[in-house]
Design a protein. Structure first.
Length: 180
């Protein structure tokens, strides 16, 4: 797997430091509250596990599976919810946890979808923000890194369900994904 990586963009140490910083920011902003973290599967699972451990507040957690990519590398524009929440969020302070904010199509749809369930607030926390690819008018409230317009994998991010278990975020060699 590592032979498919052109270079490491964010090391394990970089990721640990930024997650600790994001957790501290969230903890400060939600003093006296119990944020409800909603992870967007599958890519968020590593980031969300580390993030929730870095927040010293009571946190509720749930997951959704939402996609606008299918098996490709660019958004189709059609959002599909394959797993919805199992808990009510009415009156709760919700933080959507995402691995990467890319086109914004999925997160824009998801935020609107969840707003209809009457939470007290909704914020977005993303490990990576890739503004060069943005197609929807949406911004994250908490951002780990601003990511260049490269195909990145690792730390939960995948290419055709591979590379999620790499402990860093790396740039995938184009020859790996261009022939799909």
């Amino acid at each position: 797997m590592r032979n498919d990586i052109d270079h490491i963009l964010y090391s394990e140490e970089d990721l640990q430091a930024i997650v600790k910083n994001l957790g501290a920011q969230i903890e400060k902003d939600y003093v006296g509250k119990a944020p409800f973290l909603i992870g967007v599967l599958k890519g968020c699972f590593v980031f969300m596990a580390d993030l929730c451990r870095s927040i010293n507040l009571p946190c509720d957690i749930d997951f959704m599976a939402v996609s606008s990519y299918g098996s490709g590398t660019t958004t189709t524009g059609a959002v599909n919810i394959t797993k919805d929440l199992s808990r009510d969020i009415e009156g709760r302070d919700v933080i959507i946890v995402e691995d990467i904010l890319d086109s914004g199509v999925t997160l824009s749809y998801l935020k609107s979808y969840l707003q209809n369930r009457k939470p007290a607030s909704i914020k977005i926390c993303t490990l990576l923000d890739k503004p060069a690819r943005r197609r929807a008018n949406i911004q994250a409230d908490y951002v780990g890194f601003t990511c260049p317009d490269s195909f990145v994998v690792g730390y939960g991010l995948d290419s055709a369900e591979k590379y999620r278990n790499l402990p860093f975020v790396g740039v995938l060699k184009p020859c790996v994904y261009e022939n799909r």
